[in-house]
Design a protein around this ligand. Structure first.
Ligand code: NAD
Ligand code: WQD
Length: 332
């Protein structure tokens, strides 16, 4: 089977390419390299010993995607390409709506034109807004608090609507919780430009000495230690979930929605302690005010993915911390 991976040189996409190749899928990637580097292609090939076909294409430039579709017949598309920085989306809403929404519309038009109607979409736990209870199941009410989240919720709706008039469409919406970690080779991982917004990339920069200390955003939440609780999932587990989702997308029609999380909630201080214990380093931190828009607690009920996709996360927090640290050291 041949799979198109949009945004395949990015953080989650690159790990997914590795898992697909290791399972025997043929992989074609396109990316505009806005938030990733071309050398990721070599790294994927080095890890797997297999080749991928890469195109530099931009979803906003529809014709740049045409050679990708004209030269291959795809069994499914895994759609990672998009912008993902919450704070930036508040500052530049048009950029986010245009890239994520208009870009995905162009992609879907190409898919329609070339007769590939199976898509696995990167959604996010952000579509649950501020959940009233945890763990979160897929039928919880949906809402968003920033333009980035709104693009995800709108795209969930748009993709679902495609399935109404045309029964050939199959849409799998994957709602990721908090991906962290890196490939065990140390070759693939996440290295954001500038000062990181997310917790683990920030901790990694403190650990390698690029930043002096971590600011912990609030210790007065209604959680066991007062700091925010999240469902951190190893990116390799997340990537493996996509392989199961491809099997679903190619064997079912209509819309299927899954949480991809571990079901475990860890606080900011749990993560700091786990990182220190796993790697024998000290992470200096100080308590700062709450970050606007943050919620106290968010973790998944991942049972539906287990029951229907046969997938569950395997890697524990120690492993997530070890792999993050290896990648940080090898890519300073
Ligand atoms: P990433 O930025 O590492 O990867 C996204 C890739 O898409 C990048 O390589 C970027 O260059 C590419 N891209 C962006 N706009 C494009 C365009 N117009 N045309 C072609 N390529 C384009 O991000 P990631 O962490 O790997 O996330 C992948 C997907 O998962 C995104 O859609 C993101 O919103 C979603 N997601 C991520 C997280 C997370 O915490 N990382 C959580 C939930 C959902
Ligand atoms: C985790 C916890 C912070 C940084 C975001 C997006 C979400 C999804 C995943 C894409 C929180 C605390 C963080 C720091 C801290 N992305 N923190 N100091 O906010 O759960 O989710 O990424 O879809 O949409 O919103 O992740 O890693 O930013 O924060 O104390 O320097 O760490 O307050 O409790 P978040 P995060």
């Amino acid at each position: 089977m041949k799979i198109l991976v949009t945004g395949g040189t990015g953080y989650i996409g690159s790990h997914t390419c590795v898992e697909l190749l290791q399972k025997g899928y043929e992989v074609v990637v396109f990316d505009n390299l806005y938030n990733s580097k071309i050398d990721v292609v070599d790294k994927i090939e080095k890890i797997t010993g297999k080749k991928i076909t890469f195109y530099k294409a931009d979803m906003l430039d529809k014709e740049s995607m045409r050679p990708v579709f004209a030269e291959h017949t795809f069994d499914a598309v895994i759609h990672f390409a998009g912008l993902k920085a919450v704070g930036e989306s508040v500052e530049k809403p048009l950029l986010y709506y245009k890239n994520n929404i208009a870009g995905t519309l162009n992609l879907c038009e190409m898919m329609n034109e070339y007769g590939c109607k199976k898509i696995i979409f990167s959604s996010s736990a952000t579509v649950y807004g501020s959940p009233e209870t945890v763990p979160i199941t897929e039928d919880f009410p949906l809402s968003t608090t920033n333009p980035y989240g709104s693009t995800k919720l709108m795209l969930e709706g748009i993709l679902s609507d495609l399935c109404v008039p045309d029964k050939e469409w199959s849409v799998v919406l994957l709602r990721y919780f908090n991906p962290i970690g890196a490939h065990e080779s140390g070759l693939l991982g996440e290295s954001p430009n500038g000062i990181p917004n997310n917790l683990m990339p920030y901790i990694m920069q403190v650990a390698v000495g690029k930043l002096p200390e971590l600011g912990v955003f609030g210790n007065d939440y209604d959680t066991p230690d007062g700091t925010g609780v999240r469902d951190y999932i190893h990116v390799v587990d997340l990537a493996k979930g996509h392989v199961n989702a491809v099997e679903k997308a190619t064997s079912a029609n209509g819309v299927n929605i899954y949480n991809l999380g571990t079901g475990n909630g860890y606080s900011v201080l749990d993560i700091v302690k786990a990182f220190e214990a796993a790697n024998g380093v000290t992470i200096p931190y100080s308590i700062k005010p709450r970050r606007a828009g943050d919620i106290a607690t968010c973790y998944a009920n991942p049972k539906k993915a287990k029951d229907e996709l046969g997938w569950e996360a395997k890697y524990d927090l120690q492993r997530m911390c070890e792999d993050s640290w290896r990648f940080a050291k090898m890519n300073q």
